[in-house]
Write a protein that binds this ligand. Structure first.
Ligand code: SF4
Length: 614
């Protein structure tokens, strides 16, 4: 498509969305027709369907466009300086000052959501959450940290604040409060001071008691996971809806499943790339959360790390500093020179315990299994304190069995990738694995047990004559989902090292004997490879070629995160070894925050065409 075509297309879409807004505001969703929109926009009905396959798609695009604009505006307000009250004032004022139609548009989220299908509704609600409630949430969390707001559930408070704003702009609010200054004072005064009259009703005392109860240092044992989902969006969906729910979750930089787990009274152990024995956290009733950066701007973290370092270090810290995720404990590993400083920086900036897990430097030493077993035991002591519980060997064995099931399911998923890659595209395969680092493993197992048969049952007719590649370089910092999507359009990604820590152990871990020893032994003897684990028995280039051979791949894409020393160093060994064997490869770099893929996309397509012609 030429630039002129693209510009024309964008202009047409903008025009359609602009005429659709007043129509959807004036009538119910059901009453607005595609005919009406086409006429108003000066299109034929066919022309309109060329841009939007359905009314739902058009409506969703309209709402998402509007909510994205609002998200930009409200994020700027949430990050404006000042205390919690003044930032809430700025944000609410910005909302009140929106032109009437733009302000009313947000009310359509609730008004029309039941008219949409599950997948569209989930996307709309996610866009709304990110635009408004999540911005309020981040201000409230910082208010709780600074003591401006009492320690109660931040999400409940955020919703309460939204409800107050909605009340102020209702028809009755308009009559009583008349202008926006009065509305603003009403909302903020009621939120910060309550509705107590001169004669205190006793609410103040109740609030104080509740604060004490919530901020007390006694640690209660988290309740065991009962199967109540923190990720209900995938349930009762067809395959497309389920995959969409996973993509939305992976792309949600606020990690809602972690918050929901916390809302249920659970505690969270965040662990940095690459590998962590999550069974230990699980056995203590904690949610193991894989902290692997996110495509967010590291506004707070930038000043803590040099510009010459990789992005994942900064964005992982940013997630905590900006209150996107709240952890009760953090574990990191000295996987590289850059990550070596993460624990120290973390400790200075977070009140929660941070531990360094020292995985063996020399995996070939005779004592490495015993050493690692003791290192796990040391860590387990801290985990017990954070969870306020005791972990028995049987608890650990139960967790090992659960994770064995997870390993089996992920192996099945990769088998689909290798054997029938046309049934599951690269980005969806990535998301299905990635979700495992954000939800309880019980739930991840249930999701995979549901989705794998659905994937296999699809018609086999989509098979294309495409190049089969192995993607190497996603062991630590993660490529943006758009990049994976773009690569997956040009070829079949039949194997990869994305999120390798979630599938580091390749076989079942025995659930007999000393469970910590079994975990340590599995780390050393039944494991995958990465540029940050050094094991003479597993030369990385040999392992890569084995991966290529098992997956029957034609070529490899050898990437590395920008500024990632281990990844970039390994590229040299990989390419030299592939040259020796005459295996084609494409070398590139990525950054989790990159947004433009045109140039890279062109290069990859050219590479694939060359391979095809060869
Ligand atoms: S991306 Fe590379 S440099 Fe950055 S923390 Fe990971 S291994 Fe270290």
């Amino acid at each position: 498509m030429t630039l002129a075509h693209m510009t024309q297309k964008t202009a047409a879409v903008e025009r359609i969305l602009a005429v659709a807004e007043p129509l959807f505001l004036a009538a119910s969703y059901a009453d607005v027709t595609m005919d009406q929109i086409a006429r108003k926009a000066g299109f034929t009905k066919g022309g309109l369907y060329h841009h939007f396959p359905s009314k739902e798609a058009l409506y969703l695009a309209m709402m998402q466009t509007d909510l994205a604009e609002k998200q930009t505006l409200f994020t700027a307000m949430a990050q404006s300086g000042g205390d919690c009250r003044s930032r809430l004032r700025c944000l609410t004022q910005a909302f009140f000052e929106l032109p009437d139609p733009k302000r009313q548009l947000i009310s359509l989220v609730r008004r029309n959501s039941n008219a949409l299908g599950d997948a569209a509704r989930a996307r709309l609600i996610s866009a709304y959450q990110q635009a408004l409630p999540n911005q309020i949430l981040s201000i409230i969390k910082s208010g709780i940290r600074t003591g401006e707001i009492q320690t109660v559930d931040a999400r409940l408070l955020a919703w309460s604040f939204v409800a107050l704003v909605e009340t102020a702009i209702s028809a009755h609010g308009d009559r009583v409060l008349e202008e926006s200054g009065k509305k603003l004072d009403f909302v903020l005064d009621l939120f910060f001071r309550g509705a107590c009259g001169p004669k205190d009703s006793g609410l103040g005392q109740a609030a104080t008691t509740s604060t004490a109860a919530n901020s007390g240092s006694a640690v209660t044992a988290p309740t065991a996971y009962t199967g109540t989902g923190v990720f209900p969006e995938w349930q009762d969906q067809d395959l497309a809806g389920l995959l969409l729910a996973c993509r939305d979750l992976v792309e949600d930089g606020d990690f809602p499943t972690v918050q929901r787990w916390r809302d249920g009274g659970g505690r969270v152990l965040g662990h940095f790339q690459v590998y962590f024995p999550e069974e230990i956290a699980h056995a203590a009733g904690l949610l193991p959360f894989k902290l692997r950066g996110a495509p967010v701007e590291p506004d707070h973290a930038d000043s803590r790390f040099g510009s010459y370092l990789c992005s994942i270090l900064k964005t992982s810290l940013e997630l905590v500093l900006s209150d996107r995720v709240e952890l009760d404990m953090f574990v990191t590993h000295p996987i590289c020179d850059a990550a070596r400083n993460l624990a120290a920086v973390w400790e200075r900036n977070s009140e929660h315990p941070c531990q360094i897990l020292y995985l063996p430097q020399n995996a070939n030493s005779a004592d490495s299994a015993r050493y690692l077993r003791n290192e796990y035991a040391r860590l387990l002591e801290v985990v017990q304190q954070v969870a306020g519980t005791t972990i028995t060997d049987d608890d650990l064995r139960g967790s090992i069995e659960l994770f064995n099931r997870n390993r089996t399911l992920i192996r099945e998923l990769y088998q689909i990738k290798r054997e029938t890659p046309w049934l599951l595209n690269a980005e969806d395969a990535y998301c299905l694995v990635s979700v495992g680092g954000m939800v309880p493993r019980e739930e991840h197992n249930a999701l995979l047990e549901t989705v794998l048969p659905m994937i296999r049952e699809q018609a086999d007719s989509n098979q294309e004559d495409r190049v089969r590649v192995v993607f190497e370089g996603g062991f630590c910092e993660q490529p943006p989902l758009d990049l994976i999507r773009m690569v997956g359009r040009s070829c079949y990604v039949v194997d990869d090292d994305f999120l390798i820590g979630l599938r580091w152990i390749l076989e079942d871990v025995p659930s007999t004997g000393d469970p910590l020893h079994q975990l340590a032994q599995a780390y050393l003897e039944k494991s995958s490879y990465s540029p940050v684990q050094h094991d003479l028995r597993k030369p990385k280039e040999k392992m890569l070629k084995e991966r290529i051979s098992v997956a029957r791949a034609d070529a490899a894409i050898i990437t590395a995160a920008k500024m990632c020393e281990p990844g970039l160093e390994e590229q040299v060994c990989y390419t030299r070894s592939l040259d020796e064997d005459g295996i084609g490869y494409f070398v590139s770099e990525f950054e989790e925050n990159m947004t433009s893929f045109d140039h890279l996309g062109l290069q990859i397509e050219t590479f694939m065409e060359n391979l095809m012609y060869q």
